[in-house]
Design a protein around this ligand. Structure first.
Ligand code: 48F
Length: 258
């Protein structure tokens, strides 16, 4: 029995791993924008894997604000809450609150149901860079990095990569730094995140959701970090809408190449 249980896990995991080495889209980061983008693309039939450095995807969504597990969502994103069957309570004509645990777990649940393969405890530590284009990711167990072990990674090819890593904008940052390339930003570099301004930050996180470099899109808080705009704190409508926009833009590109 003991050997059978171990064998079942190893075989099932490595089948999933092996089946996802060549993808339409790799999403790096399972916060709200990454989850919505992944689910939307997978539902349309694209092959999508999501890597998150942590054990549980969800990013900054679980914690609400200061660990008070409630979120605020603006009216223009209520349709996304409806789509994921998330309950919300209107506090005005423009704002609602939602339980962060129900919201986060519902996004994750719908992702897995749509066919997104979620790999937890896996960090993206580099990109595959071919012909001046981001063409996949370089992955390793998060624990390897944290323990500073010198262990080589593995590689996953994909037509597009989405950086949904939140505040650190990790994938775009390392792509720019390591390859000395010009990004599609005002100064060709990471412009950088600004202090908090809710309305401006929320609007620009959606506007800044775009291709930062050939093959590499950016969403959510990372989009404001890369293109230079405000943080917005514990309001999540912009993150959900950013995920939707990232999926739309990537789908448009995938359709061009079909
Ligand atoms: O930060 P995060 O929740 O991403 P987001 O979609 O949402 C931002 C909000 O939560 C909040 C906010 C609301 O208004 O501003 O901050 O932009 O989630 C980012 C996820 O990326 C993972 C990390 O563990 C987290 O779950 N992550 C970061 N770097 C890596 C990574 C990496 N190199 N490889 C894999 N996962």
């Amino acid at each position: 029995m003991e050997a059978t249980v171990s064998s079942a896990i190893v075989q099932s995991y490595f089948k999933k791993f092996q089946d996802n080495l060549s993808l339409d889209v790799v999403v790096v980061g399972g916060g709200p924008s990454g989850l919505v983008a992944s689910e939307t693309l997978a539902k349309k039939g694209y092959k999508v894997a999501l890597y998150d450095a942590k054990l549980a995807p969800g990013g900054g969504m679980w914690g609400g604000a200061m660990m008070m597990n409630e979120l605020v969502i603006q009216k223009k994103a209520w349709h996304v809450l409806d789509e994921y069957n998330i309950n919300y309570q209107k506090i005005s004509d423009e704002l609602a609150t939602a339980d962060s645990v129900q919201s986060t777990s519902s996004l994750i649940y719908h992702c897995t149901k749509a066919g997104v393969k979620i790999f937890s405890c896996v960090s993206v530590e580099d990109v595959i860079f071919l012909n001046n284009r981001v063409s996949g990711v370089v992955i390793n167990w998060t624990a390897i990095g944290r323990l500073e072990m010198h262990v080589d990674p593995l590689m996953v090819r994909s037509k597009f990569v989405l950086d949904a890593t939140g505040h650190p904008s990790e994938v775009v940052r390392l792509t720019a730094q390591k390859n000395n390339v010009q990004l599609n930003t005002a100064n060709g570099k990471i412009v950088g995140e600004m202090s908090l301004s809710i309305d401006k930050g929320e609007t620009s996180t959606v506007e800044n959701t775009k291709e930062a470099y050939p093959g590499l899109f950016v969403s959510g808080m990372a989009a404001n970090g890369v293109f230079g705009s405000f943080r917005m704190g514990p309001i999540f409508g912009g993150m959900l809408l950013s995920g939707k926009k990232a999926a739309e833009l990537i789908e448009k590109e995938l359709l061009k190449n079909e």
